[in-house]
Design a protein around this ligand. Structure first.
Ligand SMILES: [Zn+2]
Length: 347
């Protein structure tokens, strides 16, 4: 039997179901000379009936004949498989019965051997020689028979389990193609899942990605991005590219717009040293390769500024982070002073 043939056949049956078939026949008066098959869009076939194909035009007649052949072959295949399983099950059960008989034979042979050895001194001369020879022949043949039976038993078991495996596999395949709509739904679900997975995957090396796609990525990851902008660590106006290594997730739109390109160092400090180093590295890499310049967005400017030309050109990730840390300290100092001033005014 061939599982592949079964799949092929069943898949074709499913495929055929989408086409005009006897089940979608529009039963109207026999005097209507048109073909009774339905077309894919649900309309009636406009062709004339063919004498050879009865109620159908020659195209649909042929199609239906092919479908019937496919279904008949599938039925025959199924019947053959069922016969095969019955036969292998029968074989295995006969082998089981034989096994019990053989176990008894083995015991009897052992007993016989013991008696022959024990009685060796009682029966002497030629008689005993004959018995010894006959015993040896009997035991040798008995052992050969037992070993042949074991080979047979294991082959029968292999055949049976192979048949069962094929049957289980075939059932699975039939199930998977039994309903075209379900199959389509499954395919769509897989497609959607794959596209979601694709969206969720960003390689460890990061990748060039527009801010809108990155925003979508965050959304797909379950982050509520409403009112948030994707945040460049190094602003595009300073040569920061649209790359995942240069994105600091998403922050409030108003914060993003206020901070503009004035406080890259603060972003660097917020991103942390590892991410900051990656952002600087990718910005330099882009600056050094003309083919990558397009990833530095112009955002309405007429001239593109690369990292190596911008205000950070001589800075490392560390430098930027330290600058950001100092900015944070200044902010804290300013906040403390403001609080003190308020206390003094209130007292
Ligand atoms: Zn037709």
């Amino acid at each position: 039997m061939s599982v592949n043939t079964t799949l092929h056949t069943s898949a074709r049956v499913a495929e055929m179901d989408a086409n005009p078939s006897p089940s979608s026949v529009d039963v109207e008066g026999d005097d209507d000379p048109r073909c009774v098959a339905h077309t894919k869009d649900g309309g009636r076939c406009k062709k004339k009936r063919s004498a050879k194909h009865g109620m159908y035009c020659s195209q649909h007649g042929k199609l239906i004949k092919v479908q019937e052949d496919v279904e008949r072959r599938a039925r025959e295949e199924r019947a053959r498989e069922e016969d095969e399983i019955t036969a292998s099950t029968e074989l295995a059960s006969k082998v089981d019965a034989m096994t019990k008989l053989f176990e008894e034979l083995t015991t009897k042979m052992e007993e016989f051997k013991r008696v022959v050895v024990a009685r060796d001194d009682v029966l002497r001369g030629n008689k005993m020689n004959t018995i010894r020879r006959a015993t040896r022949t009997f035991l040798d043949n008995g052992n050969a028979l037992i070993s042949a039976k074991e080979t047979l038993a294991s082959s029968a078991a292999d055949v049976k389990s192979a048949c069962e495996r094929d049957e289980a596999f075939r059932k699975l395949l039939l199930k998977s193609v039994e309903n075209e709509r379900q199959q389509k739904e499954l395919e769509n679900a897989v497609k959607e899942a794959n596209s979601r997975i694709k969206k969720l995957q960003i390689s460890r090396d990061g990748e060039f990605m527009s801010t809108s796609r990155y925003r979508e990525f965050l959304r797909e990851s379950g982050i509520d991005v409403e009112g948030l902008d994707v945040f460049h660590i190094i602003a595009c106006s300073h040569g920061g590219p649209d790359h995942t290594h240069n994105y600091l997730f998403a922050l409030g739109s108003s914060f993003n717009r206020q901070i503009g390109d004035q406080l890259d160092a603060l972003n660097c400090f917020l991103a942390g040293i590892e991410k900051c180093n990656k952002a600087v590295a990718i910005a330099r890499k882009v600056a050094e390769n003309e083919e990558l310049w397009k990833h530095v967005a112009l955002r309405g400017r007429s001239r593109r500024v690369l990292f190596t030309e911008g205000i950070h050109r001589n800075k490392t990730g560390n430098d930027l982070c330290r600058e950001g840390e100092k900015l944070m300290r200044d902010l804290r100092t300013a906040a403390r002073n403001e609080r003190k001033r308020a206390e003094v005014m209130n007292s």
